[in-house]
Design a protein around this ligand. Structure first.
Ligand SMILES: Cc1ncc(COP(=O)(O)O)c(C=O)c1O
Length: 323
């Protein structure tokens, strides 16, 4: 008898081989996280966190969940909250892209859009202030707080890392895009338990402050952050590669043109980071490299996969280095 609904099919995503002819010594494997039910790696966190909170009785069926997210986590939480009959308020800002806002609204969340820029000229602090105000106002509410909630990292340690380990007899490197830090914190610890010599490489984007670089306006969502996530403290990171948005766009186009993988921005960043890293550090022997492709390209139809937008963006950001 079939009992599961669509949102129960979280995880167990395909892992595929990417044959990079120019790097004969590298066996590259990518975990295609866009096969998750709402289209991204964030299904894992939403599903896991909600179930964990119910089990620990930190929430009940009358709780209102609140989160600040303009992207995949907002989309995933909207869907999983509806599945479990929870109310969900998603705090967004005017930078949210049209498709993400539509997906969040379609999944039944209440969307609150802050409009006042904060003292840094962005919206992050205004969004957090709004979340805190809502938390005070609404009885029986819970702020998911992906940047500080240890269950975010635990979700990836318990699911994604296990699935990777199941497939790999040996692992030399794993490259992971970073935003809230959940994926890399959860996966890095578990990977190093089995493969202590495996190197974990964080992939961040120019303009993100996570690793102490100066802030700059960013145009491609999903990767990078305007604050340093708390949960990152327990991540085991060996090296960091900073990618720029122009190269990210080019790498997304290369993924679809060479390998038929129509993926989102952070996938292009991770793929580009692998090429950059091993161009500078040519492996002297055959190595196994794993990466994650967190979401699909459709969500970037107004940016990465819009020819006009790309032409303009590349023209106006020629200061960014090409790979
Ligand atoms: C497209 C995409 N890539 C990468 C990430 C990074 O994941 P994490 O927040 O676990 O660091 C996210 C998170 O939202 C994402 O949406």
């Amino acid at each position: 008898m079939i009992e599961k609904d669509i949102l129960d099919y979280v995880g167990n995503t395909p892992m595929v081989r990417i044959r990079m002819e120019e790097f004969g010594n590298i066996n590259l494997y990518a975990k295609l996280e866009f096969y998750n039910p709402t289209g991204s790696v964030k299904d894992r966190a939403a599903y896991y966190i909600i179930n964990k909170l119910f089990n620990l009785k930190e929430i009940n069926k009358d709780t209102t969940l609140i989160e600040s997210s303009s992207g995949n986590f907002g989309i995933a939480l909207s869907a999983y909250c509806r599945k479990y009959g929870l109310k969900f308020i998603c705090v967004v800002d005017p930078h949210i892209n049209r498709i993400n806002e539509m997906l969040i609204r379609c999944s039944g969340a209440q969307v609150i859009k802050v409009t006042e820029p904060d003292e840094n000229g962005g919206y992050l602090l205004t969004r957090i202030r709004k979340v805190k105000a809502l938390q005070k106002e609404i009885e029986n509410s819970y702020w998911v707080n992906q940047y500080g909630n240890p269950y975010n990292a635990e979700a990836y340690s318990e699911t994604l890392a296990e699935e990777i380990l199941e497939k790999m007899d040996h692992l030399d490197y794993i490259f992971l895009g970073i935003s809230s830090g959940g994926t890399i914190t959860g996966v890095s610890g578990k990977i190093k338990q089995k493969f202590p010599d495996a190197k974990v490489i964080a992939v961040d984007i120019v303009g993100s402050v996570i690793f102490g670089h100066p802030p700059k306006k960013r145009f491609i969502p999903g990767i990078g952050s305007s604050m340093v996530p708390d949960i990152l403290k327990s991540a085991k990171i060996d090296d960091v590669i900073m990618m720029d948005e122009v190269t990210t766009i080019r790498m997304c186009h290369e993924l679809v043109n060479r390998y038929n993988i129509f993926a989102g921005g952070s996938s292009g960043s991770a793929y580009g980071a692998i090429k950059k890293y091993f161009t500078e550090k040519v492996p002297g022997k055959e190595i196994n490299v794993v990466t994650i492709f967190p979401d699909r390209g459709e969500r970037y139809g107004d940016t990465i996969y819009n020819e006009e937008w790309c032409a303009d963006f590349i023209k106006n950001h020629s200061e960014l280095k090409n790979l």
